[in-house]
Design a protein around this ligand. Structure first.
Ligand code: AMX
Length: 443
């Protein structure tokens, strides 16, 4: 395959960046940047600084920045890539930006579009595997299976197997796999959607449409859903490296497993209710609430009672709280602004806004969570529902198509910068008790 401009730009950037990592590692490897306490060892390594990425950074107060830009700044910077008649930039231009940190020219974005088109066809053997699965399998199980089934095509695995792949060249076949996966995931997701929920009728990919527009078409949606798809994929793309889906993928790839093994593993993590599945749970919770009131929007008092009922039954309020964020998630805000414009009178949207008014107070009074504010998942299902994508259990697949952009961009850079195999150290409970008694581990 002829080298694309994106690949050449990446090569240059990776090679220019690599000495920075080498210098830090060699000359400053002993410099201490964090310490770990017993609560962090038991409590999921919260806030332990031991991952490195330059693709996004999550500030607890401000929320996510992609390549140094907030969400509004990112959309503004990519404004030249908004699809005519729409509001959102193409996923192609955004992916170029995530990978390189540069805003692509029209030609560069067009090249990414062309590369995706060349790679997007879903092999028949993947379709055969999906069709062999029981039709009531969760779509995330199908999505993960579809990804890992394609592993036989991994360029990385093939080149590694040839036995002469230099460490500094490993990013190149990882890039090849990443491009193929990003191109195919919307097609895979759409196939699962139509097979499971739309009577097994399928809509062919359209060679003229960008990734978001094509996905909308393949699932049977019309405008402005194409913009919803673009917005979703971009907003869900990256949330630095410590979240379960990104970290799982990074961990698996650190063993030099290829992108197919790594991202399929990440998808399995995304399928958990404390992570990506929360968007499906949110809608279930909202619908349940409305059902109890014969589909009437509840009063604030009634809503307060429902929130307490949920908490008192030992469940979490889905879509609220976050391991890092301590304010309203700007990904929630971006969706809220879109909804204000496009579905202001939708009763579910109004309920989402009412929950926003009531839930933080209830959660604060409940006194457990460190963050009573909504995360991305508190909003995403409602917009999908409004546009007729009403199969809740599919929502996490949409998250997975988007998350691939960030995860795979990171895997390319992980290989480019030669990050090591991950291997944190375990201790025993007895050791913790001893150190607790002694006031800390003697180093
Ligand atoms: N409702 C009720 N209780 C909550 C809560 C919520 N929304 N969020 C946190 N808590 C509870 C925790 O369960 C924990 O209780 P425990 O001490 O009995 O175990 C306590 O508050 C402290 O938790 P925390 O430090 O504030 O959060 P965390 O870092 O441990 O967990 C998260 C973060 C997201 C798993 C948690 O807030 C949660 O379960 N939220 C609801 C599910 C959700 O929306 N997940 C999606 C997150 C975004 C994403 O990944 N897609």
């Amino acid at each position: 395959m002829a080298e694309s401009t994106l690949k050449q730009v990446l090569k240059q950037k990776i090679e220019a960046f690599r000495p920075r990592i080498q210098k830090l590692n060699k000359e400053f490897g002993e410099v201490v940047i964090d310490k770990v306490n017993i609560g962090q060892a038991i409590g999921g390594a919260r806030d332990v600084r031991c991952l490195v990425t330059d693709i996004s950074y999550l500030d607890p107060q401000e929320g996510i920045r992609f390549r140094g830009k907030t969400i509004p700044e990112t959309f503004e910077a990519l404004k030249a890539h908004v699809v005519p008649g729409g509001e959102m930039p193409t996923v192609e231009s955004f992916f170029y930006f995530l990978l390189t940190g540069e805003i692509p020219t029209k030609e560069q974005a067009q090249e990414v579009f062309a590369e995706f088109k060349k790679r997007e066809a879903l092999p028949q053997y993947v379709i055969d595997v999906l069709r062999a699965m029981p039709r009531d399998s969760h779509p995330m199980a199908m999505f993960s299976a579809g990804i890992v089934t394609m592993q036989r095509e991994s360029v990385f695995a093939k080149r590694y197997g040839e036995g002469n792949l230099k460490k500094t060249d490993m990013w190149d076949p990882m890039y090849e796999d990443a491009m193929t996966l990003v191109a195919r995931l919307p097609v895979l997701a759409a196939y699962i959607y139509r097979m499971k929920y739309k009577g097994d009728t399928h809509i062919a990919s359209d060679a003229s449409l960008d990734l978001g527009g094509n996905f909308a078409k393949m699932i049977g949606q019309v405008k402005p859903y194409d913009d919803v798809a673009r917005m979703y994929f971009i907003l869900h793309s990256d949330h630095e490296s410590g979240n379960v889906s990104a970290h799982t993928s990074h961990l698996v790839a650190s063993a030099l497993s290829d992108a197919y093994y790594s991202y399929s593993a990440g998808i399995n993590g995304l399928a958990g209710p404390l992570h990506g599945l929360a968007n499906q749970e949110v809608l279930g919770w909202i619908q349940q609430t409305m059902k109890k009131l014969n589909n009437q929007v509840p009063s604030k008092e009634q809503l307060k009672q429902f929130l307490w009922d949920t908490l008192n039954s030992g469940q979490v309020i889905p879509g609220y709280g976050h391991a890092v964020l301590r304010k309203t998630d700007p990904r929630y805000t971006a969706q809220n602004e879109f909804a204000k414009k496009h579905l202001p009178n939708d009763p579910l949207f109004q309920l989402v806004n009412m929950i926003y008014e009531v839930a933080p107070g209830v959660l604060t009074e409940h006194g457990k969570t460190k963050n009573p504010w909504p995360n991305v998942d508190a909003h995403s299902g409602v917009i999908q529902w409004y546009y007729g994508v009403r199969e809740w259990d599919f929502y996490t697949v949409l998250f997975g198509v988007g998350r691939a952009l960030g995860v795979l961009a990171n895997l390319v850079w992980d290989r480019g910068l030669g990050y090591a195999i991950e291997r944190p150290k375990s201790v025993t409970t007895e050791m913790l008790e001893k150190w607790a008694h002694e006031g800390g581990r003697k180093i």
